[in-house]
Write a protein that binds this ligand. Structure first.
Ligand code: NAD
Ligand code: ZN
Length: 264
Protein backbone atom coordinates (compact mmCIF):
# COMPACT_ATOMS: atom_id res chain seq x y z
CA UNK A 1 0.00 0.00 0.00
CA UNK A 2 1.28 3.45 -0.96
CA UNK A 3 2.19 5.56 2.07
CA UNK A 4 1.66 9.29 2.18
CA UNK A 5 4.97 11.03 1.45
CA UNK A 6 6.27 12.26 4.79
CA UNK A 7 6.81 15.79 3.48
CA UNK A 8 3.07 16.36 3.01
CA UNK A 9 2.45 15.76 6.72
CA UNK A 10 4.12 19.04 7.61
CA UNK A 11 2.79 21.14 4.75
CA UNK A 12 -0.03 23.53 5.76
CA UNK A 13 -3.52 22.59 4.58
CA UNK A 14 -3.82 25.60 2.28
CA UNK A 15 -0.61 24.65 0.46
CA UNK A 16 -1.75 21.05 0.11
CA UNK A 17 -5.07 22.22 -1.33
CA UNK A 18 -3.19 24.24 -3.95
CA UNK A 19 -0.85 21.35 -4.74
CA UNK A 20 -3.78 18.96 -5.08
CA UNK A 21 -5.60 21.55 -7.24
CA UNK A 22 -2.60 21.71 -9.58
CA UNK A 23 -2.55 17.90 -9.89
CA UNK A 24 -6.28 17.91 -10.73
CA UNK A 25 -5.90 20.77 -13.21
CA UNK A 26 -3.28 18.77 -15.13
CA UNK A 27 -5.37 15.58 -15.17
CA UNK A 28 -7.70 14.46 -17.95
CA UNK A 29 -8.96 11.23 -16.32
CA UNK A 30 -10.36 11.56 -12.81
CA UNK A 31 -12.53 9.31 -10.65
CA UNK A 32 -14.32 10.66 -7.59
CA UNK A 33 -15.66 8.26 -4.95
CA UNK A 34 -18.10 9.77 -2.49
CA UNK A 35 -19.69 8.46 0.70
CA UNK A 36 -22.30 9.60 3.17
CA UNK A 37 -20.02 12.42 4.43
CA UNK A 38 -20.52 14.48 1.26
CA UNK A 39 -24.24 14.74 2.10
CA UNK A 40 -23.72 15.38 5.84
CA UNK A 41 -23.76 19.18 5.41
CA UNK A 42 -27.09 18.85 3.58
CA UNK A 43 -28.49 17.40 6.82
CA UNK A 44 -28.52 13.75 5.70
CA UNK A 45 -27.32 11.58 8.54
CA UNK A 46 -24.38 9.28 7.86
CA UNK A 47 -24.83 5.78 9.20
CA UNK A 48 -22.56 6.74 12.05
CA UNK A 49 -24.70 9.84 12.86
CA UNK A 50 -27.85 7.76 12.55
CA UNK A 51 -26.65 5.71 15.48
CA UNK A 52 -27.11 8.69 17.76
CA UNK A 53 -30.67 9.63 16.73
CA UNK A 54 -34.14 8.11 16.99
CA UNK A 55 -33.02 5.15 14.93
CA UNK A 56 -30.11 4.52 17.29
CA UNK A 57 -31.97 1.61 18.84
CA UNK A 58 -32.04 -0.10 15.42
CA UNK A 59 -28.92 -1.29 13.72
CA UNK A 60 -28.74 -0.12 10.06
CA UNK A 61 -26.77 -3.23 9.21
CA UNK A 62 -29.77 -5.27 10.41
CA UNK A 63 -32.50 -3.03 8.96
CA UNK A 64 -30.80 -2.76 5.57
CA UNK A 65 -30.86 -6.48 4.94
CA UNK A 66 -33.07 -9.25 3.60
CA UNK A 67 -33.18 -10.72 7.11
CA UNK A 68 -34.41 -7.40 8.54
CA UNK A 69 -37.08 -7.14 5.82
CA UNK A 70 -38.24 -10.69 6.53
CA UNK A 71 -38.35 -10.10 10.30
CA UNK A 72 -40.21 -6.75 10.19
CA UNK A 73 -40.92 -5.40 6.70
CA UNK A 74 -43.02 -2.56 8.14
CA UNK A 75 -40.15 -1.27 10.23
CA UNK A 76 -37.81 -1.37 7.23
CA UNK A 77 -40.42 0.39 5.05
CA UNK A 78 -40.97 3.18 7.61
CA UNK A 79 -37.22 3.63 8.01
CA UNK A 80 -36.72 4.07 4.27
CA UNK A 81 -39.72 6.38 3.93
CA UNK A 82 -38.25 8.59 6.65
CA UNK A 83 -34.86 8.62 4.89
CA UNK A 84 -36.58 9.45 1.58
CA UNK A 85 -38.42 12.39 3.17
CA UNK A 86 -35.16 13.68 4.65
CA UNK A 87 -33.44 13.56 1.24
CA UNK A 88 -36.37 15.27 -0.51
CA UNK A 89 -36.25 18.11 1.98
CA UNK A 90 -32.47 18.47 1.67
CA UNK A 91 -30.55 20.57 -0.86
CA UNK A 92 -27.17 19.88 -2.45
CA UNK A 93 -24.44 21.63 -0.45
CA UNK A 94 -21.34 23.55 -1.55
CA UNK A 95 -19.40 20.29 -1.78
CA UNK A 96 -21.86 18.72 -4.25
CA UNK A 97 -21.85 21.93 -6.28
CA UNK A 98 -18.05 22.18 -6.40
CA UNK A 99 -17.82 18.56 -7.58
CA UNK A 100 -20.30 19.24 -10.38
CA UNK A 101 -18.15 22.21 -11.39
CA UNK A 102 -15.01 20.05 -11.34
CA UNK A 103 -16.71 17.40 -13.49
CA UNK A 104 -17.35 20.00 -16.18
CA UNK A 105 -13.65 20.93 -16.16
CA UNK A 106 -12.19 17.40 -16.60
CA UNK A 107 -12.43 15.63 -19.98
CA UNK A 108 -13.03 12.16 -18.51
CA UNK A 109 -14.64 12.46 -15.06
CA UNK A 110 -16.38 9.49 -13.42
CA UNK A 111 -18.44 10.03 -10.30
CA UNK A 112 -18.93 6.90 -8.19
CA UNK A 113 -21.05 7.17 -5.07
CA UNK A 114 -22.01 4.88 -2.24
CA UNK A 115 -24.88 7.24 -1.48
CA UNK A 116 -28.44 6.36 -2.26
CA UNK A 117 -29.57 10.00 -2.30
CA UNK A 118 -29.88 12.07 -5.51
CA UNK A 119 -28.02 15.18 -4.33
CA UNK A 120 -25.20 14.78 -6.87
CA UNK A 121 -27.76 14.71 -9.70
CA UNK A 122 -29.55 17.74 -8.27
CA UNK A 123 -26.21 19.56 -8.12
CA UNK A 124 -25.82 19.06 -11.87
CA UNK A 125 -24.25 15.65 -12.56
CA UNK A 126 -26.06 13.89 -15.35
CA UNK A 127 -24.33 10.54 -14.94
CA UNK A 128 -23.57 9.06 -11.52
CA UNK A 129 -22.54 5.46 -10.80
CA UNK A 130 -24.64 4.55 -7.74
CA UNK A 131 -22.90 1.50 -6.29
CA UNK A 132 -25.57 1.00 -3.63
CA UNK A 133 -28.70 1.92 -5.57
CA UNK A 134 -31.32 4.65 -5.24
CA UNK A 135 -33.53 5.65 -2.33
CA UNK A 136 -36.23 6.98 -4.67
CA UNK A 137 -36.60 3.87 -6.82
CA UNK A 138 -38.58 0.77 -5.86
CA UNK A 139 -38.93 -2.80 -7.02
CA UNK A 140 -40.56 -6.06 -6.07
CA UNK A 141 -38.61 -8.13 -3.57
CA UNK A 142 -39.49 -11.29 -5.49
CA UNK A 143 -39.91 -10.63 -9.23
CA UNK A 144 -37.84 -7.40 -9.33
CA UNK A 145 -40.53 -5.54 -11.29
CA UNK A 146 -40.14 -1.79 -10.98
CA UNK A 147 -42.75 -0.16 -8.73
CA UNK A 148 -43.87 3.45 -9.07
CA UNK A 149 -44.37 4.79 -5.57
CA UNK A 150 -47.82 6.34 -4.97
CA UNK A 151 -48.22 9.22 -2.52
CA UNK A 152 -50.44 7.23 -0.15
CA UNK A 153 -47.92 4.37 -0.01
CA UNK A 154 -45.40 6.64 1.66
CA UNK A 155 -47.48 6.78 4.83
CA UNK A 156 -48.29 3.09 4.94
CA UNK A 157 -46.97 1.18 7.90
CA UNK A 158 -46.30 -1.88 5.71
CA UNK A 159 -44.57 -2.17 2.32
CA UNK A 160 -46.86 -1.92 -0.73
CA UNK A 161 -47.55 -5.00 -2.83
CA UNK A 162 -46.21 -5.71 -6.32
CA UNK A 163 -48.88 -5.26 -9.03
CA UNK A 164 -47.47 -8.23 -10.94
CA UNK A 165 -46.90 -10.96 -8.36
CA UNK A 166 -48.28 -9.60 -5.09
CA UNK A 167 -45.03 -9.88 -3.16
CA UNK A 168 -43.68 -7.00 -1.10
CA UNK A 169 -42.12 -3.89 -2.63
CA UNK A 170 -38.70 -2.75 -1.39
CA UNK A 171 -36.40 0.19 -2.07
CA UNK A 172 -34.02 -0.38 -5.00
CA UNK A 173 -30.95 -0.19 -2.79
CA UNK A 174 -28.20 -2.74 -2.22
CA UNK A 175 -28.63 -4.28 1.19
CA UNK A 176 -25.91 -5.82 3.31
CA UNK A 177 -25.06 -9.22 1.91
CA UNK A 178 -26.40 -8.41 -1.57
CA UNK A 179 -24.43 -8.08 -4.79
CA UNK A 180 -23.87 -4.68 -6.34
CA UNK A 181 -25.22 -4.28 -9.88
CA UNK A 182 -22.31 -5.70 -11.90
CA UNK A 183 -22.70 -3.20 -14.76
CA UNK A 184 -22.22 -0.30 -12.33
CA UNK A 185 -19.32 -1.94 -10.53
CA UNK A 186 -17.57 -2.84 -13.80
CA UNK A 187 -17.83 0.76 -15.03
CA UNK A 188 -16.40 2.05 -11.72
CA UNK A 189 -13.58 -0.49 -11.84
CA UNK A 190 -12.68 0.29 -15.47
CA UNK A 191 -12.57 4.03 -14.74
CA UNK A 192 -10.41 3.35 -11.67
CA UNK A 193 -7.93 1.37 -13.75
CA UNK A 194 -7.35 4.25 -16.16
CA UNK A 195 -7.62 7.31 -13.88
CA UNK A 196 -4.75 9.64 -13.11
CA UNK A 197 -6.37 11.05 -9.97
CA UNK A 198 -8.75 9.40 -7.48
CA UNK A 199 -10.60 11.93 -5.33
CA UNK A 200 -12.19 10.34 -2.26
CA UNK A 201 -14.79 12.39 -0.37
CA UNK A 202 -16.60 11.65 2.89
CA UNK A 203 -16.31 7.92 3.14
CA UNK A 204 -15.14 5.90 6.10
CA UNK A 205 -13.93 3.41 3.48
CA UNK A 206 -14.99 0.39 5.48
CA UNK A 207 -17.72 -0.94 3.18
CA UNK A 208 -16.28 -3.56 0.83
CA UNK A 209 -15.77 -3.53 -2.15
CA UNK A 210 -16.13 0.25 -2.66
CA UNK A 211 -13.19 0.67 -0.31
CA UNK A 212 -11.02 -1.21 -2.83
CA UNK A 213 -11.32 1.47 -5.51
CA UNK A 214 -8.86 3.98 -3.95
CA UNK A 215 -6.38 1.17 -3.28
CA UNK A 216 -6.62 -0.09 -6.86
CA UNK A 217 -6.19 3.46 -8.17
CA UNK A 218 -3.04 3.99 -6.07
CA UNK A 219 -1.66 0.64 -7.20
CA UNK A 220 -1.92 1.57 -10.88
CA UNK A 221 -0.13 4.88 -10.14
CA UNK A 222 -2.98 7.38 -9.67
CA UNK A 223 -2.66 10.21 -7.16
CA UNK A 224 -5.16 9.74 -4.32
CA UNK A 225 -6.68 12.84 -2.72
CA UNK A 226 -8.81 12.27 0.39
CA UNK A 227 -11.24 14.75 1.93
CA UNK A 228 -12.65 13.87 5.35
CA UNK A 229 -12.81 15.60 8.77
CA UNK A 230 -11.51 12.35 10.26
CA UNK A 231 -8.53 10.20 9.46
CA UNK A 232 -9.47 6.94 7.68
CA UNK A 233 -7.44 4.09 6.15
CA UNK A 234 -7.63 6.05 2.86
CA UNK A 235 -6.24 9.26 4.44
CA UNK A 236 -3.25 7.25 5.60
CA UNK A 237 -2.32 6.11 2.12
CA UNK A 238 -3.43 9.21 0.17
CA UNK A 239 -0.87 11.51 -1.46
CA UNK A 240 -3.01 14.42 -0.21
CA UNK A 241 -5.19 14.19 2.89
CA UNK A 242 -7.19 17.42 2.99
CA UNK A 243 -8.71 17.25 6.45
CA UNK A 244 -12.06 18.99 6.85
CA UNK A 245 -15.71 19.10 5.84
CA UNK A 246 -16.27 18.60 2.11
CA UNK A 247 -18.57 21.65 1.90
CA UNK A 248 -15.59 23.75 2.95
CA UNK A 249 -12.65 21.95 1.34
CA UNK A 250 -14.12 21.20 -2.11
CA UNK A 251 -14.85 24.86 -3.04
CA UNK A 252 -11.27 25.74 -1.99
CA UNK A 253 -9.93 22.85 -4.06
CA UNK A 254 -12.00 24.05 -7.02
CA UNK A 255 -10.54 27.55 -6.60
CA UNK A 256 -7.08 25.98 -6.65
CA UNK A 257 -7.93 24.13 -9.89
CA UNK A 258 -9.09 27.44 -11.39
CA UNK A 259 -5.92 29.16 -10.27
CA UNK A 260 -3.72 26.41 -11.74
CA UNK A 261 -5.59 26.59 -15.06
CA UNK A 262 -5.35 30.39 -15.08
CA UNK A 263 -9.07 31.05 -14.62
CA UNK A 264 -9.37 33.92 -12.14
P1 NAD B 1 -20.13 6.24 6.79
O1 NAD B 1 -21.32 6.73 7.57
O2 NAD B 1 -19.53 4.94 7.17
O3 NAD B 1 -18.93 7.33 6.89
C1 NAD B 1 -19.16 8.69 6.70
C2 NAD B 1 -17.80 9.37 6.57
O4 NAD B 1 -18.05 10.74 6.27
C3 NAD B 1 -16.94 9.34 7.84
O5 NAD B 1 -15.62 8.95 7.50
C4 NAD B 1 -16.98 10.78 8.34
O6 NAD B 1 -15.78 11.16 8.99
C5 NAD B 1 -17.17 11.53 7.04
N1 NAD B 1 -17.80 12.85 7.19
C6 NAD B 1 -18.66 13.29 8.14
N2 NAD B 1 -18.99 14.57 7.91
C7 NAD B 1 -18.33 14.94 6.78
C8 NAD B 1 -18.27 16.15 6.03
N3 NAD B 1 -18.96 17.24 6.39
N4 NAD B 1 -17.48 16.18 4.93
C9 NAD B 1 -16.78 15.08 4.54
N5 NAD B 1 -16.79 13.92 5.23
C10 NAD B 1 -17.57 13.86 6.33
O7 NAD B 1 -20.57 6.25 5.26
P2 NAD B 1 -19.96 5.59 3.95
O8 NAD B 1 -18.47 5.58 4.02
O9 NAD B 1 -20.64 6.23 2.81
O10 NAD B 1 -20.39 4.06 3.93
C11 NAD B 1 -21.42 3.43 4.58
C12 NAD B 1 -22.77 3.30 3.85
O11 NAD B 1 -23.60 4.35 4.23
C13 NAD B 1 -22.85 3.34 2.37
O12 NAD B 1 -23.12 2.07 1.91
C14 NAD B 1 -24.06 4.23 2.03
O13 NAD B 1 -24.94 3.54 1.15
C15 NAD B 1 -24.69 4.43 3.34
N6 NAD B 1 -25.37 5.72 3.59
C16 NAD B 1 -25.70 6.59 2.59
C17 NAD B 1 -26.31 7.81 2.87
C18 NAD B 1 -26.69 8.75 1.73
O14 NAD B 1 -27.12 8.30 0.67
N7 NAD B 1 -26.51 10.07 1.89
C19 NAD B 1 -26.57 8.16 4.20
C20 NAD B 1 -26.24 7.24 5.21
C21 NAD B 1 -25.63 6.03 4.89
ZN1 ZN C 1 -43.41 -8.96 -8.06
Amino acid sequence: MQKRPLATNNVPLETRIYQAGAVLAAATRVVCLTGAGVSAESGIATFRDAKSGFWAKFNPEQLASQAGFAADGGLVWRWYMERLRAVEQAQPNLGHLALAQLARRIADFTLVTQNVDDLHERAGHDHVLHLHGHLHRFRCNLCNDEHRLEMHERNQSEPPRCARCGDRVRPDVVWFGEMMPSRIWDAAWRATQRCQVMLVVGTSAVVYPASQLPLAAAQQGATVIDINPECTPISEMAAFFLQGASGQILPRLMAAVDQATGIA
